[in-house]
Design a protein around this ligand. Structure first.
Ligand code: SF4
Length: 74
């Protein structure tokens, strides 16, 4: 089964578009807390976390990231 994975974490600029989109997809809300993606500041750039317990194979997330940080993978 295909899942959303992080392809290029270093490229992330922390815009959180993916976080908001995952909230809309999962809960029909626009929230930084309700989705299946979290993005936060780490010591050396942004950290992207995907809750793989949820269905995440959304092409939309890949298309909307301005830095091409995601991919779909088995
Ligand atoms: S949309 Fe892309 S650049 Fe923006 S926070 Fe998400 S992973 Fe980072």
């Amino acid at each position: 089964m295909l899942k959303l994975k992080v392809k290029n974490q270093r490229a992330c600029i922390g815009c959180k578009l993916c976080v908001l989109a995952s909230s809309r997809i999962a809960k029909n809300t626009i929230s930084l807390n309700d989705g299946f993606i979290s993005v936060y500041q780490g010591k050396e750039g942004f950290i992207i976390e995907i809750d793989q317990a949820q269905k995440t194979a959304y092409e939309e997330i890949i298309r909307l990231c301005p830095r091409n940080c995601f991919k779909l993978e088995e």
